[in-house]
Design a protein around this ligand. Structure first.
Ligand code: ATP
Ligand code: MG
Length: 726
C-alpha cells in the first residue's frame, strides 16, 4: 500500500473540521473541542498525517497527556495506524525518561531515585515542627504541597495564596511553610537524592532552561509536540512544555475548557484559552459534532453547560449529536439513599436482562464514599461490578502473581531469542528515553498461548475449579488472558516484554480492564471514558455541588467547576442516561434534601400533574407530586405507603382475592423454610404485586421491594399465581 493510499484511507475517517486540524501545516494548532467530538481521533490522525506525508520524522514527535491510561491508548492507536515509533507519554513519564538520560550531565555522580511514598517524609517534617497529625491530615498536607509545587509556588509564598486561591490549609499556614520546607529538605540524603513526581518536571525544566548543551541535544531530538486534554495543564507542566519548545512553535494542543475539573490540583484552562493570543498565527479549529452520544443525551448536556458562567464558559460549543435518536434521559427521585441504590440496581438488572453487557454500564458519583451503598445493592442483586480506584484488578494477589509469572516468561523468551539470534538489543526498562524495536515477533495468537502457558503454574487450570475463592482466582486469571488477547489484537506484533509493559502501565494507572462487571467510579475518574448506559447518582445539593464549594469568597468559581463536573458525567453516556437523587439519607429519615441546583428547570415532569400511576417508594412518579398517593395525592408518610405509592385509604385498591392468594402462598413458603413471613416478602410488597399484576419477570422487577434475587427465587411462583387468578 502506498503512502498516499494509506493517507487517503485515514483521512476519509474525519469530518471537515477534524480534517482541517489533522492536515494543518506544521506549526501551532489549537483544537478546541467538546466532549465526544473525536479529539483523540483527530490528534492521532494529525500525527499519522505529518509522519506518513514525510513532514516529520516519527522519532522527533512527542505526544503527551495526563494519565497513563490515556497515553497507552494514544500509543495503541498510533501503533495501529503504523506510526509506532512516535513517543506518547504522560508528562511525568516523559520527564522521568529524559531526566534519567541527562542526569549525569546535569548533576554528575550523585544518584537519584523516585520517592516511593511521601507520607513518611511529611510525617517526619510534622514531628520536627511539633504538629500532631493523623493520616487524613497528612494526606491533606500532601495535597497542599502537591498543589503548591504544580502551581510553581515556593513554600514561603504559600500563605499569600490561601485566600485568593481558596486553599483549605489543614494547619497554621506558618507551620505549613516549615513542614513544606522540611519535606523538601529531607529528600536530599547522604545516599543520594529522592525526587517526587513534581521534582521530575521541575528538574528537567530547570536543566533545559539552564544548560544550553542539554537544551540543544533535547531540541534536536524532539521537534514536534502534541498535548491532549490541554485544559488540564498545570503551571509546572506548562513550564516544562515551554522548556521543551524553546523558541519553536511546532505544537498542537487539544482540549475542552468546559471539562476542566482538576482546578484544585492546579490545572488551568488559561493556556488553552490564551493559545491564539500567544500564537496569533495558530490554526484554530472547533469541533462540535458529538459522535459519542445520542441527540437526547447531547441536548441535556448542552442545557446544563449552557448555564455556565466565567471564562471557560465563553469557549463552550453547542454540541450536535451525530448518533441515531435514543431514549430520553430519565430523572428519578427516591425517598432515601438505600431506595436509590436498590432502584439503580434493579434498573441495571433490567438492562442486563435486555442484553446490555455489564461492562457497558457505569454508576458515577461525586465522591468515592457514595459507592458503598451502591456496592451493597449490587451485591444484593447479584450484579458483578468493579470499583475504580478501589481494590482494583491489579491489586488482587492472583493478578500480581500472574504478572510476575509473565515477567519470568518474558525473561525466558528474551534469553531464548538472544540464543537464537532473533532478538533485538535488550531493552532494560520499558519507560526508557526512546522507544526500542525488536524483530522475531509472535503473532497475537502465539502470544496469547504463551500467556496461558505462563499462567498455568499460578492457577489457570484448564477447567473451572470448585470453591468460591478458587473460582474467583481462576476468573481473574482468565480476565488477564482476555486482556492480553485484547491488547495483542489491538497492537499486532507485541511480544511478551511489550505486553508486560502495557500491563504494568495499566496496573499503575489503577485502571482495571473492563472484565465483566458494572463500573463504579467517581466522575473525576470517568473523565475521557464512555459507556452505553450511565447512572449518575446522589445528585443532591451539598454533593453536586459539593458542600465545600459553596463556602468562601470564590464560591462562584468553585460552583462552576462542579457544574462542569456534572457535564463531564452526562457526556460519558452513549445512549442510556439515568439521573437520580434521594430526599433523605436513611430509610425513614427526614426528607430534607434538595435536588442539585444544576437541574433546576431541566426535569421534564417537574410541576406537571399527570400521573403514571402505581409506583411507590424509591420510584419516580412521572408527573405526580413527590411522595404522594397516586390516587388522591395525599402525602405518604410511612415506608409501607411509599412502597405502594398509595395512602392508607387507597392501599387496598389491588384485588383482594389476589392479595389473599399471594398471602397463602407466602404463609406456606415461610412455614416450609421456617422463617417469619415478612422475610419472604413484606405485606406492602404483596399488595404492590396485586396492584401491578405483573405478567413478566421484567414487570415483576418494577414492583418496589422486588429485586433480581427475589425474581429468581419466587418469580415463577408469583407470576403463576397472578396468571392463574386473572
Ligand atoms: P472526551 O471529551 O470525552 O475526551 P473526545 O473528544 O476525546 O472525548 P473521542 O474519544 O476521540 O472523543 O471520540 C468519541 C467517539 O466518537 C469515539 O468512539 C470515536 O471513535 C468516535 N468518532 C470520532 N470522530 C469520528 C468520526 N469522524 N466519525 C465517526 N466516529 C467518530
Ligand atoms: Mg478524549
Amino acid at each position: 500500500m502506498t503512502t498516499s493510499r494509506l493517507n487517503q484511507l485515514r483521512l476519509d475517517a474525519l469530518d471537515p473540521e477534524q480534517l482541517r486540524a489533522a492536515t494543518a501545516p506544521r506549526g501551532p494548532v489549537a483544537i478546541i473541542a467538546g466532549a465526544g467530538t473525536g479529539k483523540t481521533r483527530t490528534i492521532t490522525h494529525r500525527i499519522a498525517h505529518l509522519v506518513s506525508g514525510g513532514f516529520v520524522n516519527p522519532d522527533h514527535v512527542l505526544a503527551v497527556t495526563f494519565t497513563t491510561r490515556a497515553a497507552a491508548e494514544l500509543r495503541e492507536r498510533l501503533t495501529m495506524m503504523g506510526v509506532a515509533r512516535v513517543q506518547a507519554k504522560t508528562f511525568h513519564a516523559a520527564a522521568r525518561g529524559q531526566l534519567r538520560y541527562f542526569w549525569p550531565r546535569i548533576v554528575g555522580d550523585t544518584p537519584w531515585q523516585l520517592l516511593d511514598s511521601k507520607f513518611p517524609l511529611v510525617a517526619r517534617a510534622c514531628r520536627a515542627v511539633g504538629v500532631a497529625t493523623d493520616k487524613t491530615t497528612l494526606s491533606d498536607l500532601l495535597g497542599e504541597i502537591e498543589w503548591a509545587k504544580s502551581s510553581l509556588i515556593a513554600p514561603e509564598d504559600y500563605p499569600a495564596h490561601i485566600v485568593p486561591d481558596r486553599r483549605d490549609c489543614p494547619v497554621d499556614p506558618e507551620q505549613f511553610v516549615r513542614i513544606f520546607e522540611g519535606y523538601e529538605n529531607s529528600k536530599v540524603t547522604s545516599d543520594g537524592v529522592y525526587l517526587d513526581f513534581d521534582d521530575l518536571l521541575q528538574s528537567m525544566a530547570g536543566a533545559l532552561e539552564a544548560e544550553a548543551g542539554v537544551a540543544d541535544e533535547f531540541r534536536s531530538r524532539y521537534r514536534t509536540f502534541v498535548v491532549d486534554e490541554y485544559q488540564d495543564v498545570t503551571p509546572l507542566q506548562q513550564r516544562l512544555l515551554d522548556a521543551w519548545l524553546g523558541d519553536r512553535d511546532d505544537i498542537t494542543v487539544v482540549g475542552d475548557a468546559n471539562q476542566t475539573i482538576y482546578s484544585f490540583n492546579g490545572a488551568t484552562p488559561d493556556h488553552l484559552l490564551g493559545f491564539s493570543t500567544r500564537y496569533p498565527e495558530a490554526t484554530t479549529v472547533r469541533l462540535f459534532r458529538d459522535y459519542r452520544s445520542t441527540p437526547q443525551v447531547v441536548d441535556l448536556a448542552n442545557k446544563v453547560i449552557g448555564r455556565a458562567t466565567g471564562r471557560a464558559a465563553g469557549s463552550r460549543l453547542q454540541l450536535e449529536g451525530q448518533r441515531p435518536a435514543g431514549p430520553a434521559p430519565e430523572f428519578t427521585e427516591y425517598t432515601d439513599e438505600t431506595a436509590e441504590a436498590t432502584g439503580v440496581a434493579e434498573k441495571i438488572a433490567a438492562l442486563v436482562a435486555g442484553g446490555t453487557p455489564p461492562s457497558e454500564i457505569a454508576v458515577l458519583y461525586r465522591i468515592n464514599a457514595q459507592s458503598a451503598v451502591i456496592e451493597y445493592a449490587l451485591d444484593a442483586a447479584g450484579i458483578s461490578y468493579q470499583v475504580k480506584g478501589g481494590e482494583g484488578f491489579f491489586q488482587r494477589p492472583e493478578i500480581r502473581q500472574g504478572v510476575n509469572a509473565l515477567a519470568q516468561a518474558a525473561r525466558r523468551l528474551r534469553g531464548r531469542a538472544r540464543a537464537d539470534g532473533t532478538g533485538a538489543a535488550d531493552e532494560s526498562d520499558g519507560g526508557a528515553w526512546s522507544g526500542g524495536t525488536a524483530a522475531g515477533r509472535p503473532t497475537p495468537e502465539q502470544l496469547v498461548n504463551q500467556v496461558r502457558a505462563a499462567l498455568v503454574p499460578v492457577g489457570l487450570t484448564p477447567t473451572e475449579p470448585a470453591g468460591a475463592q478458587e473460582r474467583a482466582r481462576w476468573q481473574s486469571l482468565g480476565a488477564l488472558v482476555d486482556l492480553a488477547e485484547e491488547l495483542s489484537t489491538a497492537t499486532p506484533g507485541l511480544d511478551m516484554t511489550d505486553l508486560l509493559g502495557l500491563l504494568r502501565e495499566r496496573a499503575q494507572s489503577k485502571n482495571p480492564p473492563k472484565v465483566e462487571g458494572v463500573t463504579l467510579a467517581s466522575i473525576h475518574a470517568a473523565k475521557g471514558l464512555e459507556w452505553d448506559a450511565v447512572f449518575l447518582v446522589g445528585l443532591v445539593d451539598g454533593t453536586v455541588p459539593i458542600r465545600h464549594a459553596l463556602k468562601g469568597s470564590h464560591a462562584g468559581d468553585a460552583v462552576e467547576e462542579e457544574r462542569r463536573l456534572l457535564y463531564v458525567g452526562l457526556t460519558r453516556a452513549r445512549e442510556v442516561l439515568e439521573l437520580s437523587w434521594s430526599q433523605a439519607r436513611q430509610p425513614g429519615g427526614k426528607a430534607t434534601r434538595r435536588r442539585t441546583r444544576f437541574l433546576d428547570g431541566l426535569v421534564p415532569w417537574e410541576g406537571s400533574e399527570t400521573d403514571a400511576g402505581g409506583s411507590g417508594a424509591g420510584k419516580k412518579v412521572r408527573g405526580a407530586p413527590k411522595n404522594a398517593c397516586a390516587v388522591c395525592g395525599a402525602r405518604l408518610t410511612t415506608p409501607e405507603q411509599r412502597i405502594l405509592g398509595r395512602c392508607d385509604a387507597h392501599a387496598d385498591d389491588g384485588d383482594q382475592v389476589l392479595v389473599t392468594e399471594l398471602r397463602s402462598w407466602r404463609t406456606a413458603l415461610a412455614r416450609e423454610r421456617d422463617v417469619p413471613a415478612y422475610v419472604v416478602m413484606s405485606d406492602a410488597t404483596l399488595k404492590a404485586v396485586a396492584l401491578k399484576a405483573p405478567t413478566s419477570a421484567h414487570e415483576l422487577l418494577r414492583v418496589p421491594g422486588i429485586g433480581p434475587a427475589k425474581v429468581e427465587q419466587f418469580g415463577e411462583d408469583i407470576l403463576g399465581i397472578v396468571k392463574n387468578y386473572s
